[in-house]
Design a binder for this molecule. Structure first.
Ligand SMILES: [Zn+2]
Length: 331
């Protein structure tokens, strides 16, 4: 079974345990240094973290991740600020902590007529989805002036890469599949949030129901609403092209996120080239905004394939899905 979060050296070797321990301590220090918000403190104290962990474990296990290694974060790794200019929540991959700004959450909840505590729980579910998806950090502890220099983070489908071949080479920085990863993360975290809110037995049904109503009534106003719409359109497209039902396709996307499936991988590139178009994944990698995602959906999701092609693609995709997790994986 696979490990949920891993730290590597530039060479690809696993990082030294003492350096990993140092990073862990640094994340803890951030959490401890930020002043506690008494209202958020109360929400976190009252939250059922063991129920929430169970829900994430189920998903991770279906994706072949050893639940004992699941990078599920408890209150001791949740800072009471998002540490960003405007966001309500954040997950920091290198130092492995979540940040939540309850003052901003209260504003958003008020704007949409939602229960603020439930809105905070929903933000927590989103950030835990990032934390529990496949996380890999590489080169974090190595000197920046060593060449070739390479540093990178993987969180689910998203990739951050920076590096330089030599002192006179250009310095390259890339963020890939970020928006798409947010769409998959948000869609999954909405499912987990609803299950958690109902199973916890703490919240009135009408208050939970408001989240679902809003998702239907004003999807584009919600956090990553457009990205979720894009993921739904992609699922529908793949399902139509292959004849696989939408649930199967969605489960495969979740698995890919928990396995850290790499869309730069040749096998996946050729599969998507056949299902959608040879340029699709490259464009998806660089789609940073809602507008760009919308444009991609219009450009690539409208055509229908010939029936003979459809059977062939379906068989290939079925093979691919049944082989998920069995491939030998280098970092
Ligand atoms: Zn996110």
């Amino acid at each position: 079974m696979r490990t949920s979060r891993e730290i590597f050296k530039i060479s690809g070797e696993p990082e030294e345990p003492e350096k990993i321990a140092y990073m862990k301590k640094a994340g803890r220090a951030v959490v401890e240094q930020i002043a506690k918000d008494p209202e958020l403190e109360k929400i976190l104290t009252g939250a059922d973290f063991s129920l929430l962990r169970d829900l994430f474990e189920k998903i991770a296990m279906r994706s072949g991740v050893d639940p004992a290694t699941l990078n599920f974060l408890g209150p001791d790794r949740i800072a009471h600020r998002s540490l960003s200019w405007s966001g309500t929540g954040i997950y920091n991959a290198q130092n492995n902590f979540i940040g939540i700004s309850y003052d901003r959450i209260k504003e958003r909840a008020k704007k949409f007529g939602l229960d603020p505590e439930l809105t905070a729980v929903k933000t927590l579910c989103h950030e835990e989805t990032h934390a529990t998806s496949k996380v890999e950090c590489t080169g974090e502890n190595e000197p920046r002036d060593k060449y070739p220099y390479y540093r990178g983070d993987k969180t689910g489908y998203s990739r951050y890469i920076e590096g330089q071949e030599g002192v006179h080479e250009p310095y390259v920085q890339k963020w890939l599949f970020n928006r798409f990863n947010e769409g998959v993360t948000e869609k999954l975290s909405r499912e987990i949030f609803l299950e958690y809110a109902i199973k916890s037995g703490k919240y009135p049904k009408e208050e939970i129901g408001k989240f679902e109503l809003l998702e239907r009534a004003a999807p584009e106003e919600l956090s990553y609403g457009v990205a979720v719409g894009f993921v739904n359109a992609l699922i529908l497209k793949i399902s139509r092209e292959t004849g696989l039902d939408e649930k199967t396709v969605w489960r495969a996307l979740i698995r890919g996120m928990y396995e850290g499936e790499d869309f730069q991988d040749q096998e996946l590139k050729s599969l998507f080239a056949e299902i959608i178009s040879p340029e699709f994944l490259d464009k998806l990698a660089r789609a940073y905004s809602d507008d760009e995602l919308d444009k991609l959906a219009v450009t690539f999701f409208m055509k229908h394939p010939a029936p003979d092609k459809k059977n062939r693609i379906r068989d290939r995709l079925r093979d691919f899905i049944s082989n998920l997790g069995r491939k030998k994986r280098n970092k």
